[in-house]
Every structure is written in structure tokens, then in C-alpha cells.
Write a new protein. Structure first.
Length: 590
């Protein structure tokens, strides 16, 4: 640089002395470079950062560690490992916190209304801190269910070089000589209510189901979204399955930190990775593994944030043509630990790629395509050859567990904009029965637990949607109680709310439009005959259009449950479940 240029940029070259050798393309220069930023650097120095740090890329590490859920209780250790990787790669890690809600602990209470709201708050808070502090990149750490989509949404919004880092799964517990998870405890409540399990056995199961840190062990929402993050390309392949408290998990975290600096150097951003093919890959993995219905909601939200055209019908189209090849909880018996033991999510992706069910040329965060990444994992011995994998819960695509994927999208007079069901049993299920209508989850739970439920019932739980709840509660308590009471195959349930990834049986959620917005689910009356038909993808009520129109004329919008605070705000801002229930104005779709 010439002397003249130095004078133009700062007094006698002092600017360079204050800026160090920091790359001029880095946004963090705005808070670390130049004489006028001396006060800013003084603040950083108070936290132990030195000249080398201040001349390095600033990598944010948003961390929702908390003592309110085992999913997140260990995340400080995971974040520390990621920080170490960032430092080893000559970056400047900046860790900061955000919120989390324990879905399992809030389940069945009014507190569950906070769960989906927390997804939006996480995305907003990470976006705000990254923007306000002028960060250059992100390693987003996640544990409980809504952490994962919230962090991914933030990466997409900021479009900073980003690596997604999952905190890992809990080990299964052991009860009566078999592996158990929290799903078994929820279902045990229903079995106990029926008098088919005594208090001592329920107590014993409770004490052993969750033996340590980590997210719920089956292919529930957290593990589904972790698997999906690999298929999207936002997390390195093989990063989802290592257990929460294993050395392998901390190795994954360190590599994530190192990879973030590579992304900075290569200027590799979410917008370079995510496209329609990425989302089709994610859906293929979701339906092939029997993943949570919540992934439908979250992938729609992520696509909306990324401005990728995706609607709810794509899930059914892809599920129809993609075989289910993994038999994991909640439909099966195996958990994430079992999948990790044979190579993790990449072994599923490899089978789908070989069968032509995924796009091998979609980009990933490593800079390699999905197909290239599988080849790299094979070449480095990170996954075994397919013919050496001995796992009775994984099936070849030629002889799958089922010919179609697990996710079904139903439409009809009760769900003009769609509803979502995950098949965990008979995919030829057809059910017609009388509606038992409840205006809130608690009323339905009381009906089930007091023995009111009868074979053939269709439980209709409404005013639990994104706006009506607000917050679209998950209802594992009710669905597990139905199953525990022995009605997994002969009672259906439908709601404009959501289900836990641990839900099983003929449970139809995300019914749209929701009741609070005048959807037909709000017009159903006790005794109406409801049809749930999986092969025909039908959700309908045997009431004439004229009668529905008459009821609609008499319908009155329910009074809002909250008139102030965070819930009133999100009741106003949430979009339809058919579009991901997003709140970002730019991301909302008609």
C-alpha cells in the first residue's frame, strides 16, 4: 500500500496498526478495525481476546444450553469443543445464549404453547446478535426440538457462512430387559389409567427411561431434524448420530468449528447450498426414516426463509415415490444409537442415492456434493461398505420396509389446505367414525383418561393451531394415552395442532385452515361421521356443503386466549401451518 493510500485511510498509517492484517472482506472489521474502534476493542480485551483474535474472522456460537431439558443440559461442553475447533482454525469464537423450551416437560400443559414460539424467538435472537455484533460466520448449536429449525432459519436469514451442530441423542434407558425412551413413559400413563400397569411399574419405568443428557432417542423431532440437516447440506454428513455424551460428539463439534473457518475462506454460504434439490433430499430422508411430522412444518418454514418454492403437496409426492427403509421408534423399536453403530444417517442416504431417490449433485457445507461426500466418507473409513452392514432395522430399497414413505398429506372437506399424518402402522388404514369434539387438549385428555373413549371414535381437538392456540401445541400426552389405552388401531385423532415426533397411530395434525381462522375443523359437531382414508389421502366429514355453509354463517371467531404479551403477538403474526407457520413477513406465502 502506498503512503498516499495510507494517509487516505488513516493518520500516517495508524489505521493499519489498529486494523492488523484482518481481511477487508470481513464484516467484523466494522467493530475491530481502526482508531475509532479502540473503545470496541477495549471491550473485547476485557473478555480475554487479544490481537490475534481481533485480526481473525469472528464466528458466533449461539448456544441454547439450559438446565430445563436433558436435550440441552450438556450443550456448554459441545459449544466449548466447537470453540476449540474455531480457535485451532485461527478464528475468534463469540459464544452467546438463546432460549429453549423443553417440549417433553411442557407436554400436556398450557406451557407447550411456548414451544413453536421458541423456534421463532431463537431465529430472531440469533439474527439480531449476528447482525448487531457484525459477525462473520456461525456455528449454530442445537438440542431440543425447536432449537434445530430455529438455528437453521437464523443461518438462512443472515446468509453468513454457517455450520449446523447438533448436540446429540440420549442413550436409551433399560426397563424390564428392554430399551425404553420417554415415549414409553407417556404411553405408560395411558396403560396405567386403563388399570393394565400398576403404579410401581410406571414409577420404575419413569426412573430409568432417560439415563442422561441428550435429545429423545427415537426418530422423534430432534433426531429427525438432525438427520434432515445432513440431507439439506447444512451439517456435515455423519454429524447427526453420535451420542450426546460421547467422544465422537465432541469430535463432531471440533470439526464443525474448523469447517466454519473453511466456509469463511471459501465464502460458502447457505444461499450457495440450499435449493429445491436440497429440500427434496431432506424430504426423502424424512419419509424413508419415518421421521416426525414436525419436519413438514419446519422444512416448509426453512424453504420460505430461503425463498425456495416448496408446498405441502411435495411431501406427499416424494413420500409416494420413496420407500421407507428404516424401522425406528416410534413405529419400530430401534433408536439413534443403533443407527450410529452402523454408520449413521449416511448409510440411509447412500441407499437412497444408489436407488435414485436423492439428488447426488446437491451441494453440502463441506463444498462437496452429497454424492462426493458419501464417497469421501467411504474412502476415509467413516462408513462401512453397504454389504458389510448387518442391521435388521435397515432395509434395501429393493425390498423396503414399505413401498412408500411414512409421511402422508390428506385433503378433503375437513382440510382444504392439507393435513399431515405419519404412518407407524397399517398404511392401508381406513376409518369412519363419530366425531368427539373438544375445544382444547385438556378436555380430550380427560375424556381418554376417564374411560370415555370408545372403539371407532374420532377425537377432534381444535383451536390449537398456530393462531388459535396460539402456538400449535404438540399432543403426545393425548396420543400416547390413546395408544396406552389399547386404541392404537381403532381410534383416530385429528387436530389443527401438532404431534410429537414420538406420536404413533392414526393421528392427523396440522389441519388447515385452522379452526380459529374459520377452517372446516371448526364446524364439526359431535356425532358427525369423519373419514380418515390413508390410501385415498382423504380427511372429510359426511356433511353436505350446504350444511357446512350454514354452520359457517353461524360461526363466531373465538375470543383470543391472550390479549397481551408474547402470545398475543405471535397469535397475530403466525402464518398457516400449510406454509410452515412462519412469522417472518418476507417468508410468508399465500
Amino acid at each position: 500500500m502506498s503512503e498516499r493510500q495510507r494517509r487516505e485511510r488513516g493518520r500516517d498509517g495508524d489505521e493499519d496498526a489498529f486494523a492488523g492484517e484482518k481481511d477487508e472482506s470481513l464484516r467484523s472489521r466494522e467493530v475491530t478495525a481502526g482508531a475509532e474502534r479502540a473503545p470496541h476493542r477495549a471491550m473485547f480485551r476485557a473478555m480475554g481476546y487479544d490481537d490475534d483474535d481481533l485480526s481473525s474472522p469472528m464466528v458466533g456460537v449461539p448456544n441454547p444450553a439450559a438446565d430445563i431439558t436433558p436435550c440441552n443440559v450438556h450443550l456448554d461442553d459441545v459449544a466449548d469443543a466447537a470453540r476449540g475447533g474455531i480457535e485451532d482454525a485461527e478464528g475468534m469464537p463469540i459464544e452467546f445464549g438463546t432460549v429453549t423450551i423443553s417440549d417433553a416437560i411442557s407436554m400436556g400443559t398450557e406451557g407447550m404453547k411456548a414451544s413453536l414460539v421458541s423456534r421463532e424467538v431463537i431465529a430472531d435472537s440469533v439474527e439480531l446478535v449476528s447482525f448487531g455484533e457484525r459477525m462473520d460466520a456461525l456455528v449454530t448449536v442445537a438440542g431440543c426440538d425447536k432449537n434445530l429449525p430455529g438455528m437453521l432459519m437464523a443461518s438462512i436469514r443472515t446468509d453468513l457462512p454457517s455450520v449446523f451442530l447438533y448436540g446429540g441423542s440420549i442413550e436409551p434407558g433399560e426397563h424390564d430387559g428392554r430399551d425404553v425412551t420417554v415415549q414409553n413413559v407417556f404411553e405408560g400413563v395411558g396403560t396405567y389409567a386403563e388399570g393394565e400397569m400398576d403404579a410401581d411399574e410406571l414409577d420404575e419405568m419413569e426412573r430409568h427411561a432417560c439415563p442422561g443428557a441428550g435429545s429423545c432417542g427415537g426418530m422423534f423431532t430432534a433426531n429427525t431434524m438432525a438427520s434432515v440437516s445432513e440431507a439439506l447440506g447444512m451439517a456435515p454428513l455423519g454429524s447427526a448420530s453420535p451420542m450426546a455424551e460421547s467422544d465422537e460428539r465432541y469430535d463432531v463439534a471440533r470439526r464443525a468449528g474448523e469447517l466454519a473457518l473453511e466456509c469463511v475462506r471459501e465464502d460458502r454460504r447457505p444461499s450457495d447450498i440450499l435449493g429445491r434439490e436440497s429440500f427434496e433430499n431432506a424430504i426423502a430422508v424424512q419419509v424413508a426414516m419415518g421421521g416426525s411430522t414436525n419436519a413438514v412444518l419446519h422444512l416448509l418454514a426453512l424453504a420460505a426463509e430461503a425463498d425456495v418454492e416448496l408446498d405441502i403437496t411435495a411431501f406427499d409426492e416424494i413420500s409416494r415415490r420413496t420407500p421407507k427403509i428404516a424401522d425406528l421408534q416410534p413405529g419400530g423399536t430401534r433408536v439413534m444409537r443403533d443407527l450410529d453403530a452402523v454408520g449413521g444417517v449416511p448409510v440411509v442416504i447412500r441407499r437412497l442415492l444408489d436407488g435414485g431417490y436423492m439428488h447426488g449433485d446437491a451441494m453440502t457445507v463441506t463444498g462437496r456434493t452429497v454424492a462426493e461426500e458419501i464417497g469421501h466418507l467411504e474412502a476415509t473409513g467413516r462408513i462401512p461398505p453397504d454389504d458389510e452392514i448387518d442391521a435388521d432395522f435397515l432395509y434395501p430399497v429393493e425390498e423396503p420396509y414399505s413401498e412408500e414413505g411414512a409421511i402422508k398429506v390428506l385433503t378433503g372437506s375437513l382440510a382444504p389446505d392439507g393435513a399431515v399424518l405419519k404412518v407407524t402402522g397399517d398404511d392401508a388404514f381406513h376409518h369412519e367414525g363419530p366425531a368427539r369434539v373438544f375445544e382444547a387438549e385438556e378436555d380430550a385428555m380427560e375424556y381418554v383418561q376417564t374411560g370415555g373413549i370408545e372403539s371407532g371414535d374420532v377425537l377432534v381437538i381444535r383451536n390449537e393451531g398456530p393462531r388459535g392456540g396460539p402456538g400449535m401445541r404438540e399432543m403426545l400426552g393425548v396420543t400416547a394415552a390413546v395408544v396406552g389405552a389399547g386404541h392404537e388401531d381403532d381410534v383416530a385423532l385429528l387436530t389443527d395442532g401438532r404431534f410429537s415426533g414420538a406420536t404413533r397411530g392414526p393421528m392427523v395434525g396440522h389441519v388447515a385452515p385452522e379452526a380459529a381462522e374459520g377452517g372446516p375443523i371448526g364446524l364439526v359437531e359431535d356425532g358427525d361421521t369423519v373419514t380418515v382414508d390413508i390410501p385415498e389421502r382423504e380427511l372429510s366429514v359426511d356433511v353436505s356443503d350446504a350444511e357446512l355453509d350454514r354452520r359457517a354463517e353461524e360461526w363466531e371467531r373465538p375470543e383470543p386466549a391472550y390479549t397481551g404479551g408474547v402470545f398475543a403477538k405471535f397469535a397475530r403474526d403466525f402464518g398457516s401451518a400449510a406454509n410452515g407457520a412462519v412469522t417472518n413477513p418476507r417468508a410468508k406465502r399465500d
